[in-house]
Design a protein around this ligand. Structure first.
Ligand code: ADP
Ligand code: MG
Length: 397
């Protein structure tokens, strides 16, 4: 049995324990890894994530009393509210009145009703039981996975014929307004639109998305994730500061966002702004170009041609955007020295994971080299695993 099938069974079992009967079905949604395009989303730029084989499953059943009950293997104490109370719960001011994890699925229910223009007493009550193999806080977006599972399950059950971009927006609204986490839409789009051995080329300004074949399998390549386990306390503050620098840079360049600045404009930008702001701008502008170049290189030459772009992305985040940490640099340097095609930190920075594109027969050697480099540097052992780009959210067979 695959890991995912057993996670689905765990959701079914949890549902049966909760309700004493079988669910009407199970749905699931993946996490995501961003291949390239970091801190470009809030600058109206380009990102290029793919969906992970790790998924969050939900078993759903209906009930006749107009209530919604959610439970998760993370916290087996169920949370139950009348659907008509959701509007009073969200958006939450101050401390949420439900346990934080439950604000994700309850927030999805709330946002979906609004997106569909449905009143809470026009839809059936539901029980939802979640189980997941998406690691939390490792940069794989377990939050988008639980949102995507809830959104697809509830949309099908309530007869909402929303398209996938709308369901992604429902997930983002839940995360922004019900949970209170200020995130972009990349994670939800990747979880909704992912396809096997492909990544999603997303224009964050128009939300136009193209599925681009990665061809990793045919080229004998694997994507290795190196979770450093590092979580830096200043991650939130650093994120806010970077956003502010980007806004300042766009203002100086007199454009709506850094999306509108091209590599050819950088000389002028350097004359107009202070060094720190300029380097933040240069990261975003060159990173947008690297996403475009990555898509082009994949189409023209295949996945082995993107290694140098991954490496350059890391250098830009390390030196210009200054969001890397020694553990991430060590992971990237050791992976490349041991023969990775390319490597970079992924996610918001200040900790989290690095990724390395590695030939199948080098995975063991690269993994050993990274583990040894961490030990030599006195860092805690990283967690290494491979991910194959996988299918997006939907009803399980
Ligand atoms: P990540 O990078 O993994 O998305 P986040 O902080 O954005 O990290 O989201 C993690 C949070 O999402 C968890 O702390 C929990 O509140 C919620 N969550 C994710 N998956 C589940 C799940 N299967 N069951 C319950 N809560 C979950
Ligand atoms: Mg998240």
């Amino acid at each position: 049995m695959t890991e995912t099938a057993s996670t689905r069974d765990a959701a079914r079992d949890l549902f049966a324990t909760l309700t004493g009967h079988e669910p009407i079905g199970t749905w699931s949604a993946p996490g995501r890894v961003n291949l390239i395009g970091e801190h470009t989303d809030y600058n109206d730029g380009f990102v290029f994530p793919f969906a992970t084989p790790h998924r969050t499953h939900v078993a759903l059943g209906t009930r006749t009393d107009g209530r919604i009950r959610v439970v998760s293997t993370f916290d087996p104490v169920p949370v139950e509210v009348p659907l008509t109370d959701l509007d009073a719960l969200f958006p939450s001011e101050g401390a949420p009145r439900v346990p934080e994890w439950s604000a994700y699925p309850l927030g999805v229910a709330w946002a979906l009703l609004h997106a569909a223009g449905l009143s809470a007493d026009a839809v059936t009550g539901v029980d939802l039981a979640f189980a997941s193999d998406v690691p939390v806080g490792a940069g794989l977006s377990s939050s988008a996975a639980i949102e995507g599972a809830a959104a697809t399950a509830l949309a099908d059950t309530w007869g909402v014929s929303a398209d996938r971009v709308t369901l992604a927006q429902v997930g983002r609204r839940a995360e922004n307004e019900a949970v209170g986490a200020p995130t972009g839409i990349m994670d939800q789009m990747a979880s909704m639109l992912g396809q096997t051995d492909a990544a999603i080329f997303l224009d964050c300004r128009t939300l136009e998305a193209q599925v681009v074949d990665l061809g990793f399998a045919a080229a004998g390549l694997e994507l290795l994730v190196i979770d450093t386990h590092v979580k830096h306390a200043h991650a939130t503050g650093g994120y806010g500061e970077r956003r502010a620098s980007c806004e300042k840079g766009a203002e100086i360049m007199d454009v709506p966002s850094l999306r509108d600045v091209s590599v050819a404009d950088l000389d002028r930008a350097q004359e107009l702004m202070d060094d720190v702001t300029f380097r933040r701008v240069r990261h975003v502008v060159t990173e947008n170009q690297r996403v475009l170049d990555t898509v082009e290189a994949l189409r023209a030459e295949g996945p082995r041609a993107i290694g140098a772009l991954l490496d350059a992305s890391h250098v830009s985040m390390r030196d210009d955007f200054e969001i890397s940490v020694p553990e991430l640099d060590t992971a990237v340097e050791a992976a490349v020295a041991a023969g990775a095609v390319g490597a970079r930190m992924t996610g918001g920075g200040f900790g989290g994971s690095a990724i390395a594109l590695v030939a199948h027969d080098r995975v063991a050697a690269v993994s050993d080299a990274v583990t040894r480099a961490f030990a030599d540097a006195g860092f805690a052992a990283p967690h290494l695993f491979t991910v194959t780009p996988s299918a997006g959210a939907g009803r399980d067979a």
